[in-house]
Ligand binder design. Structure first.
Ligand code: SF4
Ligand code: SF4
Length: 482
């Protein structure tokens, strides 16, 4: 049975925290921000973000644009072209053989999390990735909707702020959780890959033209226009993730990938009818690294496992991005204390089956292998260890995401107290991490307890008797603080 969900009351929480009146006084002195717990939850709610999420001029992670160059995504370990560059042919054949054997054996034996119906859910969630009408990503979109010219009118006009609000409303309506906006300036251009992760391996090119296009060799981004990158995040199901290691966890991820493909196509048609361009990639991880775009546009902060960790949704998101010439207002990076908290936490490292996430207190500028793009001071994940383990677990793992202190069902307000405290002072960081362990959050699986050692998640099949919310997520998260 998963031990993920909290039935901890506010009173229990405060007792565990050991801060009654005097303790809160300590926090208040440290922060000079809140007077009582209810105040911590509700005061100063900004129109767009919880009050404890502050805008910043720079992302909280240290990075150096002078060290960052456009990266060839064919080098990453989850590219079909990645493993042959970093792992011997024999070793990768060994990993693939284990993966194939595990898949067949676990289905036949009906192992929890790996039954035929669990596998079917994963395959269904993928929607036959790339299938026309289901996940048909494309550079310029379906291009079926009318342009303003065809409708006998002129393109939509609004201020950048109005356009951004309009786009956010449309995207939420299409199913997204939130969007972040970056101007595609000289630095941000460096985040656009040279080549994509998966075929077709056409080059991303900037050209002095007005309109984006594609041919057999390249996807062209028009340099003559002022352009913006819109990063779109959508929620994944915690109920799916907490069954991990399992195919339901992968289904939870792919369900969002399928949704995002539809959102991208819908947004491309929306922008086309408004009279603007929208260039997206041809697959889920196209254009450039999602964590970088998302962190720089304030959707979250980079975190220890080098993903973007959001204040509202934790790590339960998948991101896609598109480039448009609709004038937009860039959104600023944020500081919610997340990056600082990761220095004292490392719960994801402890849960990592392959020990691919560093345990060190401090991040580093040193990259462990050519599958990483340098130029940032982070805890670089060992992609070879991670991807090999994901393969052997027959496609995915997700333990780091499930273990994260921020990945919670967030109904009770308890976690808002924790998150708001973290944003204000680092004094309690170690305590909150320990408290998270003691309340039994996250996952009990890890390097010494996982299906590769014969330990399966006996609670995984409870997924099938849950009173599943629509799409498996709470769509009100992120709104209650706004
Ligand atoms: S997905 Fe699994 S193996 Fe990879 S970093 Fe996360 S916990 Fe480790
Ligand atoms: S588990 Fe802890 S260290 Fe890892 S990403 Fe989450 S907050 Fe950061």
């Amino acid at each position: 049975m998963s031990r993920f969900h909290s039935s901890v009351s506010r009173r229990d929480f405060m007792k565990a925290l050991g801060i009654t009146g005097a303790g809160i006084g300590t926090a208040a002195v440290a922060s000079a921000t809140f007077n009582d717990i209810d105040g911590m939850i509700t005061s100063g709610a900004a129109p767009k973000r919880p009050w404890w999420v502050k805008e910043a001029d720079k992302a909280t992670v240290e990075y150096d644009w002078s060290q960052i160059e456009r990266f060839d995504a064919r080098k990453v370990m989850n590219s079909p072209m990645g493993p042959p560059q970093w792992v011997s042919t024999e070793e990768w054949a060994r990993v693939q053989k284990i993966a194939a054997d595990n898949q067949a054996d676990w289905i036949k034996a009906g192992k929890p999390g790996y039954t035929l119906r669990d596998h079917a859910l994963y395959k269904g969630a993928m929607g036959g990735e790339g299938s026309p009408g289901v996940t048909n990503y494309s550079w310029l979109g379906p291009q079926k909707s009318p342009t303003p010219e065809k409708l006998g009118t002129t393109p939509w006009q609004g201020t950048p702020e109005e356009n951004t609000a309009m786009l956010r409303t449309a995207l939420r309506f299409f199913g997204a959780a939130d969007i972040g906006i970056l101007e595609l300036d000289e630095n941000v251009r460096k985040l656009v890959y040279t080549y994509p992760r998966v075929a077709p391996y056409k080059r991303y090119e900037f050209e002095e033209v007005d309109k984006g296009y594609e041919d057999d060799e390249k996807w062209v981004i028009p340099s003559k226009k002022k352009l913006y990158v819109v990063t779109i995040i959508s929620q994944s199901s915690i109920d799916g993730y907490t069954t991990t290691p399992s195919w339901m966890q992968r289904a939870a991820s792919d369900n969002t990938v399928r949704l995002n493909a539809g959102i991208l196509a819908a947004t491309q048609e929306f922008l086309r009818t408004l009279g603007y361009q929208a260039m997206a990639g041809h697959e889920r991880n196209a254009l450039g690294p999602a964590p970088a775009f998302a962190a720089l546009s304030g959707l979250g902060e980079l975190c220890r496992n080098t993903q973007v960790l959001t204040p509202d949704y934790g790590l339960m998101i998948r991101a896609v991005r598109l480039i448009t010439d609709l004038p937009l207002a860039p959104t600023k990076p944020i500081d919610a204390g997340i990056w600082r908290f990761c220095h004292d936490c490392a719960k994801c490292s402890e849960a990592c089956v392959s020990q691919a996430i560093p345990h060190d207190k401090e991040p580093s500028w040193d990259v462990p292998g050519g599958w990483n793009n340098p130029g940032k001071k982070v805890w670089y994940v060992n992609g070879v260890k991670c991807q090999s383990t994901r393969e052997m677990l027959t496609r995915d793992c997700g333990l780091c995401m499930t273990a994260c202190v921020y990945t919670k069902k967030d109904y009770a307000g308890i976690h808002n107290i924790v998150k708001s405290t973290i944003s204000t002072t680092g004094l309690f960081n170690g305590f909150f991490k320990n408290m998270d362990d003691q309340f039994g959050y996250g996952t009990e699986f890890g390097p010494d307890h996982n299906p590769l050692q014969g330990d399966f998640n006996e609670g995984a099949e409870d997924f099938w008797v849950k009173n599943m919310p629509q799409f498996g997520v709470n769509s009100m998260i992120g709104l209650k603080n706004r």
